[in-house]
Design a binder for this molecule. Sequence first.
Ligand code: ATP
Length: 481
Amino acid sequence: ELESLDTIVSLAKARGFIFQSSEIYGGLGAVYDYGPLGAELKRNIRELWWKEMTQRHDNIVGLDAAIFMHPKVWKASGHVDGFNDPMIDDKQSNKRYRADMLVEGHIAKLRGKGKEEEADELQKLLDTAGSREGLCKDLHNIIMDNEIRAPESGAFDWTEVRQFNLMFKTQFGATSSADDDDAVYLRPETAQGIFVNFKNVMDTARQKIPFGIAQVGKAFRNEVVARQFVFRMREFEQMEMQYFVEPGTDGESYENWLSKRLKWHKTLGIREHKLRTHPHPKDKLAHYAASAADIEYQYPIGWQEVEGIHNRTDFDLSQHQEYSGKKLQYYDQKKQKRYTPYVIETSIGLDRAVMMALCDAYREEEVDGDTRTVLKLNPEIAPTKVGIFPLIKKDKLQDLAHKIESDLRADYKVLYDESGSIGKRYRRQDEAGTPFCITVDFDGVESEGEDTVTIRYRDDMTQDRVPVSRLREVIDDKMKS
Ligand code: ATP
């Protein structure tokens, strides 16, 4: 069982799942690169999601919109004005903190010391701090009144609280003006690409409401508190699906998607007791949402959001209709009525899903007085499916191993390995999460009749002897179970 996130960070680096970006230059904060094993794992999860959405539902279609979008998109969506976090700087260390997180940290400390009443009172103050306008002033007052100190320097030397927009602004074309009105941003969510293409998709995909549009892609947020590995990154990948429904049916659809999505996480192989849903209280909802819930996983850093399910109402389509001047409505032939659809959104961070899969699969087990580290990943998402080993470096064994390798390669990601003791090779694959290892030995090639090999199962380390001609069937079977 996993106790600390550091264990996963080290394993991810050592085995080539995830590296810090630009590591040879000292790294870039909250940006990560996926190595050979990580790239496969991530791709497998992405593919399962895509299949679940666009293949298993005949009324969900895919989209792949650009990262750059017209500047007006972010005005209409509310991100230019509203996608802010209240920040405060510690003048001594020059470190920047999220003001509300500071207060939350202080509240947790009070509770740790048993000062429940004081904590409750402060929590109430935080909950009732002004939205937008008054928020900065209120938060500043709370921090000053309670003499909350900077966590790292211990200093009590704060700047004012300011709103800090999380979007990355970028230079676009040669003549880009510095004017904020023309600013091009890196998208902070993929959803807007779907809303602005609503009409295009409706006109071409011949879908009737209810229908959904699914998309996977990069999103960018200039996160300030970014110290939790790939949980909070500045460049990350989202898998979002926007489901367009008739107003009035949105409540039912929201509940339906929430339970469908929770089920999906279980099919990914995530242990049930590590998952829960967490509905947002009405007064904590984003500006566009009528209801929202998180699907949370119990990471080593606590229960945290992996996926959000939101009822976005007709907010986005109405905003884009107003800002673009284009009709973004739906005409229901049967009922002969026109309306702006409501949107139920499922939004999962792919990187958080990868981190969840790694954390959930991680085990340390005692084996013959030794500890083995093993990733018990669902075979469907495991980066390598089959390891193939000649017991020793002898032509006869190597030839058969290579033959098996090329037979299986067409359908499975396989790995041929002949270096080191067989025990070491098994352990390497255990750490990579490889569910099956095939070993070619003399017993199998020198006995009467058909050649046989052993197949070893990662999770319980049992082995079967199997005729080479049946290997394929055995693996196919186990992949499904
Ligand atoms: P949080 O409250 O944790 O910042 P959020 O509520 O802002 O997340 P959404 O805007 O709902 O997140 O984004 C949908 C999904 O995108 C999240 O459930 C999460 O999995 C993922 N996500 C959001 N921000 C990040 C990030 N900085 N790094 C990695 N994944 C992210």
